[in-house]
Design a binder for this molecule. Structure first.
Ligand code: FCB
Length: 448
């Protein structure tokens, strides 16, 4: 038993998140084109269990049942992503009407259940033809992204309640183009900077396009990790500053009108006149995806990086070996509030969650007390940040369903709902019932 959850402000938005490639499957259905994740997952040795997103949770065919699960949970909002290769298979040019129809049906079904559709336009599944022309290393991809945002909003702009341009551009740049452990699998280290600039430019141009199509608020969903410097030398502190610039500031300072943090622009010729103004197009909400803090110290002499990443001791750990650190969320929200002041838009926590090795017990039920404790702690951290005056408007759990976790394949389960990938049976876990009760109590308001 956990203590009763403290009250959240009236109108606080309760939601869950997913992304297209991780749940939809149906990769060849109805005219969808290939994405960089299809290519990557089908390359031997890239994904730990050799699996792909070809079928995933088969959500493309089971979306009505999944919306019923959302409805049973009682969420206010559902954050999904639109697969660019499904609606515009070559990344430019003709629209695939059948692909857009899928999202049209999903949005209508959500609205029919009283759930706000929150659409992410890009959750890492770049159409392969665009990667073949340079991917996010190419400036043209920013323009292609804005054109794609425009065509999606032309169809859904009247019904989507919150638009998110990019998901975690830092993770996409660093794991996809810097370290090569995510698609498209490039290992450019700091030569991946063009990927930062072109994603940011694409975001800014997409915001401008969205404004012509919708009056709904527009956001970006950034991954943040509060930095803990281990060691007390000047070199350790400098490593902390360098890591913070890369992970937390690179995709925030320019968005909020401050230009690039010192030391992050490796090639100034990429930044054309007018780019910084386009990138700083006002946004209405900052999406914060939080999983864990990062330990940092000075690098070894022969390191190619200006910091070393060090495991943080003293925390319980998830099945991903990530520390369970709700205090990091409180710290992060305070850091954003202090660092950006009046320039900071209202925040929504667009992802927060954990992986555990959940399996049905002999009674067929899935008990996940660790996830309940995780969510309980992180919601209390949000409450503490609200008490400090940080304007947090919502909290989205990652994720509704167990799903295909990128390079970890099917080995990491993040869902409130267990998925048996052989039968596609969905079994709500005990965390689903717990969250349903938390949301219902929040809606009832304070006990009298
Ligand atoms: C985030 C991603 C999301 C999922 C979670 C666990 O970085 O946005 O797709 O992989 O991590």
């Amino acid at each position: 038993m956990t203590a009763p959850m403290p009250q959240f402000p009236a109108g606080f938005r309760w939601g869950v998140s997913t992304s297209a490639y991780q749940i939809e499957g149906a990769v060849d259905a109805d005219g969808r084109g290939p994405s960089i994740w299809d290519t990557f997952a089908h390359s031997p040795g890239r994904v730990v269990d050799g699996s792909t997103g070809d079928v995933a949770c088969d959500h493309y065919h089971r979306h009505r049942a999944d919306v019923a699960l959302l409805s049973g949970l009682g969420v206010d909002a559902y954050r999904f992503s639109v697969a660019w290769p499904r609606v515009q298979p070559s990344g430019s040019g003709p629209v695939n009407a059948a692909g857009l129809d899928f999202y049209d049906r999903l949005v209508d079904d959500l609205l029919a259940h009283g759930i706000d559709p929150v659409a992410t336009l890009y959750h890492w599944d770049l159409p392969q033809p665009l990667e073949d022309s340079g991917g996010w290393l190419a400036r043209d991809t920013a323009h292609r992204f804005a054109a794609y945002a425009d065509l999606v909003a032309a169809r859904l702009g009247d019904r989507v309640r919150l638009w998110i341009t990019l998901n975690e551009p830092f993770i996409h740049m660093s794991l996809g183009y810097g370290m090569g452990v995510h698609a498209p699998g490039r290992m450019l280290l700091f030569d991946a900077f063009p990927v930062a600039h072109h994603q940011l430019l694409g975001h800014g141009l997409a915001v401008a396009a969205l404004r012509t199509r919708t009056t709904s608020p527009v956001a970006v969903a950034n991954n943040y990790s509060p930095v803990r410097v281990l060691g007390d030398t000047d070199a350790d502190r400098a490593a902390g500053v360098a890591y913070e610039a890369l992970h937390n500031r690179l995709f925030t300072d320019p968005l909020l009108g401050r230009g690039y943090p010192d030391g992050t622009v490796t090639d100034p010729s990429l930044v054309h006149d007018g780019d910084l103004a386009a990138i700083a197009a006002p946004i209405d909400v900052l999406g914060v995806n939080y999983y864990n803090p990062t330990g940092v110290r000075a690098p070894a002499d022969d390191s190619p990086l200006p910091f070393d990443l060090v495991p943080l001791d003293g925390y319980p750990r998830t099945a991903f070996d990530w520390p369970v650190a709700p205090d990091g969320l409180h710290e992060l929200l305070g850091w954003l509030h202090r660092s950006y002041g009046d320039a900071l838009p209202p925040i929504e926590i667009t992802e927060s969650g954990c992986a555990y090795d959940d399996a049905p017990g002999p009674d067929g039920r899935v008990h996940d007390p660790d996830r309940i404790a995780y969510l309980d702690g992180h919601l209390r951290a949000v409450r503490a940040a609200l008490d400090d005056g940080v304007d947090v408007r919502g909290y989205f759990v990652w994720s509704l369903l167990d799903n295909w976790e990128w390079a970890e394949g099917f080995t990491k389960r993040f869902g409130l709902v267990h998925v048996d990938y052989a039968s596609q049976a969905r079994t709500p876990k005990s965390s689903y019932a717990w969250l349903r009760d938390v949301i219902a109590a929040a809606r009832r308001g304070p006990a009298r």
